[in-house]
Design a protein around this ligand. Structure first.
Ligand SMILES: C[C@H](O)[C@H](O)[C@H]1CNC2=NC(N)=NC(=O)C2=N1
Length: 99
């Protein structure tokens, strides 16, 4: 099981992700971002590509798609907070979104 991110790596990772628009999410140890795409097919296609990596890494996002937008929250349920898996998946999401 992945270990919770520890300092200083935690602050460094969250600062880098904050530059990309990731913010603390709700009242948990989680990060969130809303992605906006040109259309529904681009949004859903991105979700499909992310899903392949999520399944490969056995680490899955909490997400909600409405038309062109995808609201994403990442946390590691088994660890009760943020781990390197969340950083890895957020980074992959950015790559696949072309950010
Ligand atoms: C049983 C299965 O391996 C676990 O439930 C995996 C699945 N995907 C997961 N995804 C996330 N975000 N956190 C987890 O702790 C997690 N655990």
């Amino acid at each position: 099981m992945a270990d919770l991110l520890a300092e200083p790596a935690r602050s460094e990772a969250l600062a880098e992700l904050a530059e990309l628009g990731w913010r603390p999410a709700d009242d948990r140890d989680a990060i969130g971002k809303t992605y906006r795409f040109a259309n529904f097919i681009d949004a859903f296609g991105w979700m499909t590509r992310v899903a392949i990596w999520a399944e490969k890494w056995n680490h899955h996002p909490e997400w909600r798609n409405v038309y062109k937008t995808v609201e994403v929250v990442l946390t590691t349920h088994d660890a009760g907070g943020l781990t390197d898996l969340d950083v890895k998946l957020a980074t992959k999401m950015e790559q696949l979104a072309g950010c």
